[in-house]
Structure formats: structure tokens, C-alpha cells
Design a protein around this ligand. Sequence first.
Ligand code: ZN
Length: 238
Amino acid sequence: MVMIDAHLHLGSIPSGKKNWGSFTEYKKIAKKIGIEKYCVVPIGLPKNFADKTTPDNNSILKEAEKNKSLIPVYWFNVFDLPKSVDERYKAIKLHSDIGKIDIDNKRVVNFVNKINLPVFVHTNESKEYTSLGKVSKLAKKVEVPVIAVHSGSVTGTFFKLDNYEFPDNVYFETSGIQYSVILKKIYERFGAERIIFGSDYPFGDPRVSLAMIDTLEASKKEYKLMTEGNIKKILKLK
Ligand SMILES: [Zn+2]
């Protein structure tokens, strides 16, 4: 079984006297469980969220030079937009908690359309500006695949999901989902073709996301789509 982890961060979380997680640790876990490739964004540090500054995107390209398993993803910040994005990046990512920006904010829509790469967006249904409703609105205004990281995350997602209609370019990522029933509802409504395995390491762990996917009791073929095929197609990987 070859898998691709569609979402993780390069770096550790500093808290107390400790740095939690490391890319070295991630690589060990990946090797152990058969993750062959991984889509990596830099880590957003508390300082980035406080100052509305951009995490260290260059750290990703540097690491990618040494590691062929790494698929670079660019973290974009609407307060600090670049004119262009290095062609080694295969996708871009928005975390709207920097500046509390609506996922379908005009600056986001314009940037996504200009760069024309698949876009990952952090979602949390408990905040209006990061709801799945906003994901749907963004997806209708762009042509590229839109991947809802955490699939809305909280319990409210389970109930609100029925109120939203999603265009076909919306995908649901598995990290940070509070309850398995949320993923089960997504699976029932949209199918395995729209679910994407991601870990959000070092916040999450790929083994947690795989356990979530296990609760779907999907066929082998569907499991492969969720853990490899869908993201491969979205990012046009060989
Ligand atoms: Zn993340």
C-alpha cells in the first residue's frame, strides 16, 4: 500500500519548554506505515498569527531539494501576497485565522485565479469566516480544486452540511475532524472520490486520520482513492 499524505507542516510546535513534533519524527512514522509522498506547508507560528506575517515558505523548497518525497505547498497570506509563486510549488494554502479573512474574500479569489494551482483552505465551522459555506462560495468563483482542510472540524459541521451545496471541485480532507460521524456523512453524500487523506502533522498524526478513514469501511478501491488516487489526480502527480 502506497499512500500520499495531503497535508502536513514542516517544523515543530513550541510550547512550554518543549518543541512538539519534528519532521524527523514524521519521516519515521511515514516510513513505518507506508506513506510514500507528502504535501508540506510551512508551520504557522503564534507570531505569524499575531503579526499577520507569512510563515517561512522557503524552508519548504530547501527541504524539497534533499527529499524527493516532499511535495511543496505555498502558504499564502492576503496581507503579503507575492507577484508569483515558484514553479516547484504544486498547490497553495490559505489559513484564514491570519487576519480573520473570509475564505471567499475577493483578494483570495483573485489570487487563486491568478496562480491557478489547487488550493487548500483551513476550515472550522465554528467560525463564520472559515465555514464550509465559504468554501462552497470560493469554489464557485474559481476553476481549480478546493480542498477543505479539516472538513469543517467541529460537530456543527455534521448538522450544517445539509444546508450547503458544493460544486464538484470541492474536496474534504481528513485531519482534525472532531467526530467520525462527520466524515461518515461526507462519505455518504459525496463518496470516496471527494475525500482526501491528510494528517496535519505535527498537530495531528497520520495514524489518527487513517483510523478515521477505517470507520468508513470502504472498499479497497475506495480506500486507495482516499489515500492516494484523488490527491494524485488533483496535483497531476505521476
Ligand atoms: Zn494544517
